[in-house]
Design a protein around this ligand. Sequence first.
Ligand SMILES: Nc1nc2c(ncn2[C@@H]2O[C@H](COP(=O)(O)OP(=O)(O)OP(=O)(O)O)[C@@H](O)[C@H]2O)c(=O)[nH]1
Ligand SMILES: [Mg+2]
Length: 215
Amino acid sequence: MQMEFLLAPEPEFDAREKGRLMFAGAVDFVKGVVAMDGLPPADRLEVCFAGRSNVGKSSLINALTNRKNLARASNTPGRTQEINYFTAADRYLVDLPGYGYAEAPVAVVAKWQRLLKSYLSGRSTLRRAFVLIDTRHGIKAVDDEILTLLDRSAVTFQVVMTKADKVSASEREKILAQVRGALAKHPAAYPEIIVTSSEKGEGIETLRAIIATLS
Ligand SMILES: Nc1nc2c(ncn2[C@@H]2O[C@H](COP(=O)(O)OP(=O)(O)OP(=O)(O)O)[C@@H](O)[C@H]2O)c(=O)[nH]1
Ligand SMILES: [Mg+2]
């Protein structure tokens, strides 16, 4: 059967409320991790935010948690250089360094990328990887490489489109069609896409509800 990759529906009342409560409560920074042996104990459900450098990972975490500067967001690509752990209720939220960033020194990039790949393929409690895709650009070759890694590691991933406020409705549909085509080749893809804007709040309640109702 051909997957359609529809947009995630508006959450039901209970799920929305669960999401709201989870993110209205305390969200704390736990630690920044630079090597696999620094990961916190794998003792609770975990979701992560992966994506190209500058796609809006840290901004999305700030929007979800309704905090301006919990995760460090920046115009400078390569801002997040560690695996940053946050707790929200009984789960971990994980902000990852971006991939596909060419400007940092080669050795530094190689080190983050190794860590990122080890993390994505080797974290037993990782329940879902949210892979962020810029609504202006769609899925690029560097994204596809990460999606293939997730397929091989049998980690379910869900695409979150970011910066939706920056494109017209017709541009959005065009990019969504490209994304759907690319996802059809990935067995680990969750069959629903979430469209978000951290700036305008679009999709944020939906994503909160999805995270809060994972079990
Ligand atoms: N208009 C708009 N800008 C956004 C949105 N999300 C993020 N940005 C901007 O995009 C830039 C990068 O955002 P970050 O959240 O730092 O991106 P990141 O993916 O964490 O980047 P790295 O940590 O460097 O990989 C910042 O200037 C943000 O303000 C959005 O929804 N709308
Ligand atoms: Mg970041």
